[in-house]
Design a protein around this ligand. Sequence first.
Ligand code: ATP
Ligand code: MG
Length: 415
Amino acid sequence: MYRAPRGTSDILPEEQAYWRYVEEKVVELCQLYGYERIDSPAFEDTRLFARSVGEGTDIVEKEMYTFTDKGGNLLTLRPEGTAPVCRAYLEHGLHNRPQPVKLYYIAPIFRYERPQAGRYRQHYQFGCEAIGDDDPALDAEVIEMAWRFFQSVNLHHLTLQLNSIGCKRCRPGYLNTLKDYYASHTEELCADCKVRLVRNPLRLLDCKRPACQRIADAAPRSSDHLCPECQSHFTRLQRYLSLLEIPFALNHRLVRGLDYYTRTVFEIQPENGGAQSTLVGGGRYDDLIEELGGRPTPAIGYAMGIERIILNLKEQHIPVPPLPGAQVFIAHLGDEAREEAIKLASRLRRAGTAVILATGSKSLKAQLRQANRLGARYALILGEDELKSGTASLRDMTTSQQSLIHLSELPGALK
Ligand code: ATP
Ligand code: MG
């Protein structure tokens, strides 16, 4: 027996109500904030991700699904959504449109991770990117948008964490201060952090090991080492969030796992959250477009994991509207009745009624049992008697009441 590859799963019909619910809320939200949908290919040139996400990151070092195709091209299944959107922005000259260009996507993401609850090798992200402006009001709007999304799906008990990690002018100085601080703690660090100290010192701050966390807690803070421009940007962002009544907590250890972030970084988590609980991660990436060959173009975005949203909806017992099921089940007895039923099913569907037509030659009882299990509102029964009189028996599946109705009247009656 074949099974779905480790870390992947099938989304069966009974799960689809959750997916539809989340997607509908996403579409509504994006329309409210002026975001338009973009879909990019599932794979890209590997260099796009190596360049943008960063060589020293977990994603590029350990998590990418990379392959060479038959033409010898080195390709990678999308491990995140921002780089492809930026690539598309550049490729299609979107800088010619009014800035910021606001785009969103819902797309599968592929990462070779250790599968566990809320962590998969293929998952879906909803993400937004606002490209072409550095106004902190845009940061506030983007964060508000992510925050309001959870209100719209009825998820509560979340926290918003915020930090600023500076820009290419002030960060190098901060990183030196950070390295100096860590130099006197090298012996106490875990093996991963020893590597981070050399390759990616900012990541020292979000190590999950308690011993490393204690060291990180007392580390110098990026927000204390911002240049005047970044400082003012961060102050204004906080002011706008307060105006919008979005509650946030400053977290000086929040740095995010991708290299392209500058200034604003944020995450939204459940209050009782564990390691796999981050629902949204996002931030500014003011240098990325330039890094990919464009003109200097500030931008900000976020992404959220749809599976984790659904896990939380279930945990908080949030009801989602059921998907519309079959309205009518057509049961039939005998060859002649079957032919009449085939025509009737087609006629009703053309009139806009959702119909399930019985197949095979089961007993009436078996057919009605099936109608019941499918959740049909009505069953239409075509037997010999009905055929003779040009009628069908219309059975209300909830009350079991049954009445004869003329075939010609059916489409209208069912509407
Ligand atoms: P984490 O710290 O949990 O590994 P991350 O920082 O790698 O998250 P991002 O790259 O910011 O996550 O991705 C955005 C969102 O996508 C996350 O906040 C999370 O909701 C979701 N996500 C990330 N990786 C996975 C995964 N392997 N399986 C399911 N959802 C994921
Ligand atoms: Mg991760």
